[in-house]
Design a protein around this ligand. Structure first.
Ligand code: ASP
Ligand code: MG
Length: 441
């Protein structure tokens, strides 16, 4: 049994859904479970409609017409989505009347993208000779906690999910909603934007899938963002920890939490291209990969460097604990940390949390805040063990005329991270890629 997840661009319109149908048809022997995102742009459109309604806008909301057009070009019966359109309109009217958009309502409205997509896709596949049935994932045992916008399945969901799938007819491909869930009170939740990948690995882990396939629009995971590095190349195999690191640091192919469920069950995750299904993509497993020093380069923009200086730090125990206790109280997520005897720098993307924590941080020392930074990470299993690799990386950055403002590489770790100006990324990344990947071969 395999889980095949198709992202928004893979199911954007009829031409794409026709490709998906052929990809699934070619794999029916492997008993596929399809997990689908909403059509590209639909979730954004629903969120935009909700925000417009909250401001008092009466519509019409373009997202409904867009979804209607996709269903029509697929040849679906006009009535298929009417109940959903009616519910969306009711909900938007409610939001407009109360002028309030709670995280719960936002999840509720966002959920329609996936619910409508699976219905039109299953209908289209069935009419094209791949018998399929649409399912809302909550009908298949996916119950979550009540953290709207970042819900996670309840402990023990796996057993219920296995039982639910076991009861489905074997010759019909289940087409299941990604992204959404329902809590024990029956309220609709979501696992977070771009979360269908995570749904796929959670379903794969529950069912003990032989493989989870993530189908999107690049040839697997690339050595750098192909939009800024012309020579970016496919990485045929990666280890879970390398891929997790990359997902977190901005390689846009995988949702950051995706790999955990697969890692736990040692289920390979294969990243594939819907537009080039013959390309082998990238296989992510627990096995040690090729013995290359560097696997990939990624970056995350719009970060802030916070530097705290205090002579109190000098030879004093517990200072760092005080700083991070304050940071923790405000739920500020920290990515990079560097310390010296009298100063401590860390990075975060959380401007709002930072503003709230400022008074507490100022009580601990002098605080300097520098927004507009990027974290650039070089990921590779052998970085720590390869003499000279750090020097090559820093030389490349220096040759690009770029100033490194913070640097971090933990003992034995698989990444080397740097903070630099957002504006320097288009210069630094291509040059670094050339030195690490292109010159050697
Ligand atoms: N449709 C959702 C989003 O746009 C989930 C996903 O695409 O994975 O965020
Ligand atoms: Mg997506």
């Amino acid at each position: 049994m395999i889980v095949m997840k198709f992202g928004g661009s893979s199911v954007a319109d009829r031409p794409q859904i026709a490709k998906v149908t052929e990809i699934v048809r070619a794999r029916v022997d492997r008993r596929p479970v399809v997990i689908s995102s909403a059509h590209k742009g639909i979730t954004d459109g629903l969120v935009a409609a909700a925000k417009a309604a909250q401001r008092g806008d009466r519509g019409p909301y373009p997202v409904i017409e867009r979804q209607r057009a996709i269903a029509a070009e697929l040849g679906c019966p006009a009535a298929l989505l009417e109940p959903f359109f009616a519910e969306i309109r009711d909900l938007l009217r409610g939001i407009r009347l109360v002028k309030e958009l709670s995280p719960r309502s936002l999840d509720y409205i966002s959920s329609f993208g996936e619910r409508m997509a699976v219905r039109v896709i299953a209908d289209f596949m069935t009419r094209n000779g791949v018998p399929a049935a649409a399912h809302d994932v909550w009908d298949l045992g996916f119950l979550t906690d009540s953290h709207f916008g970042r819900a996670r399945p309840l402990l023990g969901y796996e057993g219920q999910m296995r039982a639910a799938f076991a009861a489905l007819p074997a010759a019909v491909v289940p087409v299941v909603t990604g992204f959404i869930g329902r809590d024990e009170a029956g309220e609709i939740t979501t696992v977070g934007r771009n979360g269908s990948d995570l749904t796929a690995t959670l379903v794969g882990a529950a069912l003990g899938a032989e493989e989870v396939q993530i189908w999107s629009d690049t040839d697997g995971v690339m050595s750098a963002d192909p939009r800024i590095v012309a020579g970016a190349r496919n990485i045929p195999t990666m280890r879970f920890d390398e891929a997790a690191e990359l997902a977190y640091f901005g390689s846009r192919v995988l949702h950051p939490s995706t790999l955990l469920p697969a890692m736990g069950r040692a289920i390979p995750v294969r990243v594939m291209n819907t537009n080039r299904p013959e390309h082998p993509g990238t296989v992510i497993t627990g096995a040690p990969g090729a013995s290359r020093p560097v696997t990939s380069i990624a970056y995350k923009e719009r970060q802030t460097i916070v530097t705290l200086s205090s002579t109190r730090m000098f030879e004093q125990a517990g200072f760092l604990a005080e700083v991070f206790a304050a940071v923790g109280r405000h739920e500020i997520v920290v990515d990079m940390v560097a310390t010296s005897e009298v100063s401590l720098s860390f990075t975060t993307h959380d401007q709002r949390g930072l503003a709230a924590a400022l008074a507490e941080l100022r009580a601990l020392g002098e605080v300097a805040i520098h927004p507009g930074k990027s974290i650039l990470v070089v990921v590779g299993q052998q970085i720590a063990a390869s003499p000279g690799i750090g020097a090559r990386i820093l030389r490349a950055i220096a040759d690009a005329g770029v100033n490194v403002e913070m640097l971090s590489h933990a003992a034995g770790s698989i990444n080397l991270s740097m903070a630099l100006d957002d504006a320097d990324i288009p210069r630094a990344v291509p040059l670094l890629h050339r030195v690490l990947f292109e010159d050697a071969s």
